[in-house]
Design a protein around this ligand. Structure first.
Ligand SMILES: [Zn+2]
Length: 424
């Protein structure tokens, strides 16, 4: 694939020889510009050295920053290292790495008003094309605005040689689109949230293409890896086009964010984003399966019995679960916390009135076993246990993850109907 995304003018190349194409692009667009290459020890060995050599040979002046350390995180320390190591003047940044190196570089490039090019070394996440960077600030993960890359050059042989866990994580992030797209449709139908059919079509095409290629991806064939990378970039472009992450991030991402925050709080090593999302997708698919199984009579009985959870009770729960982050989360949740009994009645009525339109949305999410089977075929983690998460943490993410965003998802729907948020 070689194309320019018409909406943003981002040059996207997935190629068997991406380094040569990258050099040609830099010559054409950034002749005479200082090039600052950011990688880490692993990604320098995988591709960074080759990029550095090729760019230098082409006559560019370069700064080569190889980040070292036990666990590289997108936080103060590494952003400072890149700031201190780079130039104070104009430069083109190259982020050679997976999600974290890209986030560090993206943010630094944005704040120093310089362009950057993403050179992924693993097809692990859909965040290579993005206008935001999740950064760790004071032990908490927060998302900050940045700019999109001017180009992405993905080198197929490098991507195919990435660790299997990272390839499986990329597929996990894409499988999350089953539930994020369904959540997005529910939010539009039942809660008037903004939506675009064209963007949904784009992201769904990316999802379908990845699912069709699962075995080819597991075999690390060029076609399979190309399909995966293409899906990841398309998902990123979908978010960019729409203007927020709704098309690609729903309840499964809220679960994943919950786990990530808890691991950070407990000073435990981070898990790959897509690995968490894949496992969370299977959990959220259970909620979809439960709703699909409801008869209309059961729905009516449940809605009649369901009561608005008192504001104080919800706030007490948020404070207990989120500790120092509780204030921020309360602010995010204001539209739900402030819901009046009358508004709650209206929501329940709307759910009942729209139920025939809700059903086809529920049917777009495969049964949880299908998600688990796909993760298994990839050789990735297919259960929370395999990720090292205990039962309590799994239950918490399902119960409290929905507080992390103000979006309507299958969890908000499940709660409004009065069904349990967990499978037990
Ligand atoms: Zn994701």
């Amino acid at each position: 694939m070689n194309q320019i995304d018409p909406a943003r003018g981002i040059h996207v190349a997935i190629s068997a020889n991406a380094v040569d194409e990258l050099v040609a692009y830099c010559r054409e667009h950034y002749d005479g510009t200082l090039v600052t290459i950011v990688s880490d020890t692993n990604t320098y060995a995988a591709l960074g050295r080759r990029v550095h050599d090729a760019i230098s040979r082409a006559g560019f002046e370069t700064i080569n920053l190889v980040l070292t350390g036990e666990e590289i995180t997108a936080g103060a320390e590494y952003i400072l290292r890149v700031l201190l190591g780079s130039s104070t003047g104009d430069q083109l940044f190259l982020a050679v790495g997976s999600g974290t190196v890209t986030d560090i570089t993206r943010y630094t490039a944005f704040r120093t008003r310089n362009p950057y090019i993403a050179v992924p070394t693993a097809p692990s996440v859909d965040g290579f094309i993005s206008v935001s960077a999740p950064l760790i600030v004071g032990g908490m993960k927060e998302t900050f605005p940045t700019s999109a890359p001017v180009a992405v050059f993905a080198d197929l042989p490098t991507l195919a040689a990435a660790p299997q866990t990272m390839i499986a994580a990329g597929v996990g992030d894409i499988l999350g689109k089953f539930t994020s797209l369904a959540d997005w449709n529910l939010s539009h139908l039942l809660h008037d949230e903004p939506y675009s059919a064209a963007v949904e079509a784009r992201v769904r095409r990316a999802l379908d293409a990845c699912v069709a290629a699962i075995d080819a991806i597991a075999a690390r064939g060029e076609d399979g890896i190309r399909a995966l990378m293409h899906s990841l970039l398309e998902s990123g472009i979908g978010m960019l086009e729409f203007g927020d992450s709704r098309p690609a991030s729903g309840a499964e991402h809220h679960c994943s964010h919950y786990w990530e925050m808890k691991l950070l709080r407990e000073h435990k090593p981070a898990l790959l984003h897509g690995a968490k999302v894949g496992v969370a997708t299977a959990l959220i698919a259970q909620r979809y399966a439960r709703l699909r199984a409801l008869t209309r009579d059961e729905l009516i009985d449940l809605l009649e019995a369901s009561e608005l959870e008192p504001r104080d009770q919800q706030i007490a729960e948020i404070e207990r679960v989120y500790g120092t982050a509780a204030e921020d989360i309360q602010r995010i949740q204001t539209p739900y916390l402030d819901m009046t009994p009358l508004e709650y009645m209206a929501l329940k009525q709307r759910i009942l009135d729209q139920w025939t339109q809700v059903q086809p949305i529920l049917e777009t999410v495969p049964p949880p076993e299908t998600i688990v089977d796909m993760l298994n075929r990839l050789g990735g983690a297919s259960s929370a246990e395999a990720l090292g998460l205990d039962d309590e943490t799994v239950v918490e993410a399902q119960r409290y993850g929905h507080y992390l965003r103000d979006r309507f998802t299958v969890m908000k729907l499940t709660k409004a109907i009065g069904l349990p948020l967990t499978s037990d």
